[in-house]
Ligand binder design. Structure first.
Ligand code: KIV
Length: 272
């Protein structure tokens, strides 16, 4: 296949906006490594998010706060090497942008330059407007993230549904408008009432991708370890599991251990 033909099939921020216009839902999953990114890209997922949820599912931290910019770049560059078609978006980790638009720009430039990713994602509303503007001024596409923003977990105190009260819902709606007007190409809405998410998707021109935000938005995102059932103890209502890999992998490992102990593995055909 020629390079030009291959290029035509790549998902861009423009592709996502066209999908919203024609009512085609956007599929997004997280990925943190080359091998899984390759499978998910081959499956046809539209967007791969190198989420700072890597802090939880890859590194075993309780929150997303400890992951560093260097670690995000490592995960992102691994994902980029596995991708031919999907748009690769990378989370700006905690401490790499808050309160300092220059640092937000520098962090974004490092991500784009050192990983080869296509866009960054940043948590927050009006308080990060300057950072979004500054990142965009360097030609780096920005995805917003509102609702439950896990980097603020110590401010919220809990992972319960956000924006159930009128005042917070109104602020979220205003922030979504602001992010879109500032130039974000899409916005993630996490764990908010479905009716509010639907309203945002109807009013705001850019694609709205939901996680625990119902079916009235323009696309869905799940953490890959959750949808594959690797994180088997995490069962929020919004999660649909497509596999139970925890048990599958454990069973395979137990089978291997048994074969090794019983000297069944390797057999004559499995040696040189
Ligand atoms: O880090 C992450 O995985 C995310 C998704 C939950 C949207 O931000």
């Amino acid at each position: 296949m020629s390079v030009a033909k291959n290029e035509e099939r790549k998902v861009t921020t423009h592709t996502l906006q066209e999908m919203k216009k024609r009512g085609e839902k956007i599929s997004m999953l997280t990925a943190y490594d080359y091998s899984l990114a390759r499978i998910l890209d081959d499956a046809g997922v539209d967007v791969l998010l190198v989420g700072d949820s890597a802090s939880n599912v890859m590194a075993g931290h309780e929150t997303t706060l400890p992951i560093t910019l260097d670690q995000m770049i490592y995960h992102a560059s691994s994902v980029v090497r596995g991708v031919q078609r999907a748009l690769v978006v990378v989370d700006l980790p905690f401490g790499s942008y808050q309160g300092n638009s220059k640092e937000a720009l520098n962090s974004s430039i490092r991500i784009m330059k050192e990983s080869g990713a296509h866009a960054v994602k940043i948590e927050g509303g009006r308080e990060i407007k300057d950072s979004v503007e500054r990142i965009l001024s360097a030609g780096v596409p920005v995805m917003g993230h509102l609702g439950l923003t896990p980097q603020s977990i110590y401010k919220f105190g809990t992972y319960v549904v956000r924006a159930k009260e009128e005042q917070e819902a109104q602020r979220l709606l205003e922030d979504a408008h602001l992010l879109a007007e500032t130039g974000c190409f899409a916005i993630v809405l996490e764990k908010i009432p479905a009716a509010l998410a639907t309203k945002v998707a109807q009013q705001v021109k850019v694609p709205i991708i939901g996680i625990g935000a119902g079916n009235g938005v323009d696309g869905q995102v799940l953490v890959i370890h959750d949808m594959l059932g690797i994180t088997h103890e995490f069962s929020p209502r919004f999660l649909r599991r497509y596999l139970n890999l925890y048990d599958e992998i454990k069973g395979a490992a137990q089978h291997y251990i048994k074969d090794v102990k019983s000297k069944d593995f390797p057999n004559e055909k499995e040696q040189y």
